[in-house]
Design a binder for this molecule. Sequence first.
Ligand SMILES: [Zn+2]
Length: 93
Amino acid sequence: MPVHNMMEDAVRDLIDKQWDNLSVSCHCDECKTDVFALSLNRLNPHYVRQQSGSAYVKADLMTEQAKATLLTAIVECAKVVSAYPHHHRKDIK
Ligand SMILES: [Zn+2]
C-alpha cells in the first residue's frame, strides 16, 4: 500500500529555496535536516496514495497562503535548531 506524504515534498522544496535566507546559526546539512524534520512534526501530514492525484494535492500545498503557513513553521523551527544545533547536543537525541 504505497502512500506518500506530500507535505514532505512541499516542505523540502521550501527549505531548499529559503535555506540561505533563513536566520539559522549554522547552515550545515545536519541543521537543515533538523529543521526539515522538526517542521514536518509541526505541520499536518498530507498523505496521498502514490501516483494518484499527487499533482493536484501538491498544487494545493503550493498556494501562497499554504506556503506562508509552511514558511512560518520553518522559520519557527529554524529558531529552535539555531538555539540547539544537533551537533552541539550531546545529551538529547
Ligand atoms: Zn549545523
